[in-house]
Design a protein around this ligand. Structure first.
Ligand code: SAJ
Length: 443
């Protein structure tokens, strides 16, 4: 087996760009490919177009040392990594057009002995379908879906599973599943990823690897759905959900996640649908979780409505717009949904604050919403709705909130902060003795 020396990464986004950097750092000659000329130009200047800690320095180093070059067209390489988006359509069906376009674009440069790895989150069967397209475009080459171990080109699926904000370390440290369409394909992919992955590599089929990735995010969605359902139960029974969860989590085999205003981002709220569509009759639980989590923004609005005085014009401060704490990413954010729904209410002024952004996202513009800093928003508000548990909001002086009606969707002020500053009762029965298992895992 020839040594892999050159790697081409198709798609230089949140996953592709850090992947380029890591391959280049591991000694490969890397071509980063993107259809967006502006992205290509930026990378070739040693700059980046996404926010990810430590990535800018690494890209700059790799570009200036000549290990990484960006192109708009795929280049010949020993390994081709496809890391393009797989969004979903309005009917919650996977849109595979980017994957298929990437396959079409690499087909002309494929040579005997090349390895193709799909990393994009994909419905079960996508790697095989993509390979059928490659075989159609290059009929003179043998592909493993038909020719097994005799194939000329090797194909595998190996999903990324990194957390935005920790991509560079998780790319290296996380375990990976590798699903080749033949044993030779898996072996070749293992040889490639061994170059930088410190975690374990597990060989399986392409289809299992595809389902593993979807399962990880569906598992999280179902568990967040459970926490959100519990929040609704506690609201009905007038109990504190944060206390109930904290105490239940003292059980050594219980680890309930955190309720909140819903599930955002482009992964956890999307991937369960890829499983639901493949097996609609066997996915009642995943479907229920999706429904519970997507109805959360409306529940938050109902909670706010209960606090409104019908005879007064009132001001509502909404703190946080991103989809999770300490980042600027507002795509698919439930916080944005809550603010949009609140701005439809009559006789209210909405003020929004997001310390990681300079302005409102486009979807909230033109709705009479004021954008300002958190303290100004709180000062002017009758009701304060905490939507994202940014570190920044944890530093707010409780005095500033004293006379405000609060809807704390993350339990940041009303429970988590209070617990940390509580008078500790030391001793064998202390509520604050070291946990056997940390609920921080949930955050
Ligand atoms: N959330 C809660 N309660 C919780 C945990 C999260 O409401 O207890 C919400 C967050 O506020 C956020 C959403 O869920 O709106 C998703 O956030 P996240 O941090 O859980 O996950 P993502 O979407 O940033 O990244 C996930 C990760 N998957 C898993 O943890 C199983 C990541 O490892 C994947 O690589 C990524 O999806 C992906 O690309 O698929």
């Amino acid at each position: 087996m020839l040594e892999i020396k050159t790697v081409s990464v198709i798609g230089m986004g949140y996953i592709g760009l850090p992947t380029c950097a890591i391959f280049a750092k591991s000694g490969f000659d890397v071509s980063g490919v993107d259809v967006n000329q502006a992205v290509v130009d930026k990378v070739n200047r040693g700059e980046i177009h996404i926010v990810e800690p430590e990535l800018d320095g690494l890209i700059q180093k790799m570009v200036s040392s000549g290990k990484l070059t960006a192109f708009t067209e795929p280049q010949p390489a020993d390994a081709h990594i496809i890391a393009v988006p797989t969004p979903f359509t309005d009917e919650h069906k996977a849109d595979l057009s980017y994957v298929m376009a990437a396959a079409r674009s690499i087909a002309p440069v494929l040579r005997r002995g090349d390895l193709v790895v799909l990393e994009s989150t994909s419905p079960v069967g996508t790697t095989r379908t993509m390979t059928m397209l490659l075989a159609e475009l290059r009929p003179e080459l043998k592909f493993p879906h038909l020719h097994g171990e005799d194939a000329d080109v090797l194909v595998a699926y190996s999903p990324e599973r990194v957390l935005p904000g920790k991509v560079l370390s998780e790319l290296v440290d996380n375990d990976r599943s590798i699903g080749g369409l033949s044993q030779a394909s898996s072996k070749r992919a293992v040889a490639l990823y061994t170059s930088f992955v410190a975690g374990d590599l597990y060989i399986t089929s392409a289809e299992s690897a595809e389902l593993v990735k979807l399962t990880e995010n569906a598992f999280r969605d179902v568990n967040i759905g459970f926490a959100n359902e519990l929040a609704a139960v506690c609201q009905q029974l007038q109990l504190n959900v944060w206390e109930v969860i904290e105490l239940a989590n003292k059980h050594p085999r219980v680890n309930i996640l955190n309720p909140g205003p819903g599930v955002g981002g482009h992964c956890i709220a999307v991937d369960p649908y890829f499983i639901i569509n493949a097996a609609p009759d066997s996915t009642n639980m995943m479907r229920a979780a999706r429904q519970i989590n997507s109805e959360r923004p409306q529940s938050v609005v109902s909670e706010v409505e209960m606090l409104l005085d019908p005879n007064k014009h009132q001001t509502i401060a909404c703190l946080g717009l991103s989809f999770k704490p300490n980042i600027d990413d507002m795509r698919e954010s439930p916080a944005v949904d809550v603010v949009r729904l609140l701005s439809d209410l009559r006789d209210v002024q909405i003020i929004a604050a997001e310390p990681h952004a300079q302005r409102l996202p486009v979807s909230l513009q033109g709705r009479g919403i004021v954008f300002t800093d958190a303290l100004t928003a709180i000062d002017k508000a009758d009701i304060v709705v905490l939507l994202v548990d940014h570190r920044h909001f944890n530093l707010i002086d409780p005095e500033a909130l004293k006379d405000k009606k609060l809807v704390d969707t993350r339990g940041l002020w009303t429970w988590r902060k209070a617990r940390r500053t509580d008078a500790r009762i030391e001793g064998p029965n202390s509520l604050t003795r070291p946990r056997r298992r940390s609920t921080d895992k949930a955050a």
